[in-house]
Design a protein around this ligand. Sequence first.
Ligand code: GDP
Ligand code: MG
Length: 349
Amino acid sequence: MAMASATPTRLPLISKHTSFYLTNCLPQTRFSHCTAIRPATNRFKCSAGGQTGFFTRLGRLIKEKAKSDVEKIFSGFSKTRDNLAVIDELLLYWNLADTDKVLDELEEALLVSDFGPRITIKIVESLRDDILAGKLKSGPDIKDALKNSVLDLLTKKGNKTELQLGYRKPAVVLIVGVNGGGKTTSLGKLAYRLKNEGAKILMAAGDTFRAAASDQLEIWAERTGCEIVVAEGEKAKASSVLSQAVKRGKEQGFDIVLCDTSGRLHTNYSLMEELVACKKAVGKVVNGAPNVVGITGLILTKLDGSARGGCVVSVVDELGIPVKFVGVGEGVEDLQPFDAEAFVNAIFS
Ligand code: GDP
Ligand code: MG
């Protein structure tokens, strides 16, 4: 899951609560694979002192790794690339007289890859204008313009792809989203990355709704060598698990507390109330809280199995929230920091 500065003012609908607004905005097929990250407490003023340097460095390191690790992104988006390969064939023999036909087919390829109608029309119409104005004179010109317009869309609205963990430690990240979206797996993969960069990570098994959920997170804790806080009793509340974890994180000098939560839809009132309780409980542990911030980043998961990688662009355009990570597999290294340029090169190779 990824983050940009989606402030409450910019995104009133989303910032007020959590991913339920997010899921509301998206078609069914898409939101089931969409998980949100929100650093719930990134303005905590605890005694641990400023961590700006550490967290900024961490975000930068992870971003740099993304640049050198384009292979994973490339293979993760192979199905989408196959879908879009038709564009190369179309453009190979393009000539001005065929413009309408070619653009119709290009439109279809973008729609099939889930760019969404709004973006697709925007891109195609701008290509048409530039072709008719004589600015684009060849197949490669059109391909470059297409890539640039996708890159533009991604960098204008969701440019803060670097992980931003605030200023104080511990940074507390709540991972929210619908059931089966990949929250727990992404948390494990995120922990692995952050730990490899030198951060001291504590996991919190806040999914108290499903019996097997903490076992699943415990496996990830073992796999990544991270510590974990799990519920003690059968009927423990998620909010109490999370507040205990944050307390421990603060007392024992952890850098980041990664909190798993139960999957929920905005229509489930009691689960949404639980999320509010979690937020409050976490806030109580640290002085000066709670500063409620909205969803600040997204992790789009399961892109490896999907030919609809264009959803990255439509999600960013619709929500104005940056994608911070993409999930491209189930392994510990299959969470890739999102890099717009690498993404564009991967889907339009
Ligand atoms: P949660 O209910 O949101 O916590 O979802 P889980 O983390 O339990 O994931 C549900 C299933 O999706 C599991 O079988 C994961 O292994 C799988 N999964 C999660 N992320 C990815 C991904 O990026 N790619 C693939 N192929 N599978 C994933
Ligand atoms: Mg889970």
